[in-house]
Ligand binder design. Structure first.
Ligand code: SF4
Length: 255
């Protein structure tokens, strides 16, 4: 069980404006309520955060596919299972091929045949998401393909996504996606997990499965590895939910 550093407030303790924003947003289950419940400790900050997210989602100039790719890559770079899982779903809804989604979590995203705009964007995300300013050559490359407002939006989009990832990771806020657990006692060392998702699974000195990281992002490739395991040693567990049951609302993604 994850212990959050700041316990999310239950919805009935949220300020009205934040509750209204939740009702105007899409149903995203436990992760969304834990995120909003955490922000609810600081209502003015929560409103500002959510208004920025709404502008990026509703009034953004970047096309939706590019926006999702940038956020998937940011979430991968900053190791945010919550953001990664959310945007894998959004990307699927937009018809982004599974191979493209998986490539955003590759050590070198160049393994996929991106458009020139997408390839340049992903290279920019790799730098921006870790706080590195873009070098001249990449900036000029982007400036040839994007308008000035689009460039500005890309910088802010990656920064906003990085803010969400870093905040949730630092606070240990439970996300909306599943988490991964491995049962080494059941592992028969067949190795499908390691060959399918080497960024997540490894063999220990006894040849038994172990996690490369304590809290890996749950990606489509990780799900495939779990499905392929012949001994059922990989478990995807339901998300931790600290507040009220998930609700059904209509709207759009905010982070
Ligand atoms: S696929 Fe399953 S059995 Fe094979 S190494 Fe991985 S965890 Fe062990």
């Amino acid at each position: 069980m994850v212990t959050p550093r700041i316990t999310p407030l239950p919805p009935d303790a949220w300020p009205p404006a934040l509750r209204a924003l939740l009702h105007a947003s899409r149903q995203d289950g436990a992760g969304r309520e834990n995120l909003f419940g955490t922000l609810a400790h600081h209502p003015p900050l929560a409103e500002a955060w959510l208004h920025l997210a709404q502008v990026l989602t509703h009034q953004g100039l970047l096309d939706a596919r590019l926006r999702e790719l940038a956020m998937l890559r940011t979430a991968h770079r900053l190791r945010s299972p919550y953001v990664r899982a959310r945007h894998e779903g959004h990307a699927r809804d937009l018809g982004v091929p599974p191979a493209a989604v998986a490539a955003t979590a590759a050590a070198d995203p160049g393994v996929y045949d991106w458009s020139a705009r997408e390839a340049a964007t992903l290279r920019a995300v790799d730098l921006l998401s870790v706080g590195t300013a873009l070098p001249e050559a990449l900036w000029h490359e982007l400036a040839e393909m994007f308008t000035t407002p689009e460039l500005l939006e890309l910088l802010v989009l990656v920064g906003q996504c990085a803010m969400v990832c870093t905040t949730l990771n630092t606070l240990h806020t439970p996300g909306g996606g599943p988490t991964v657990r491995v049962d080494a006692e059941r592992c028969c060392s067949a190795g499908q997990c390691v060959s399918t998702a080497p960024e997540v699974f490894a063999h220990d000195e006894d040849g038994l499965v172990t996690l490369v990281e304590e809290r890996p992002a749950v990606t489509d490739r990780l799900r495939l590895a779990a499905a392929l395991c012949p001994s059922g040693a990989i478990h995807l567990t339901a998300p931790a939910h600290l507040t009220a049951p998930a609700r059904t609302t209509e709207g759009v993604p905010l982070s």
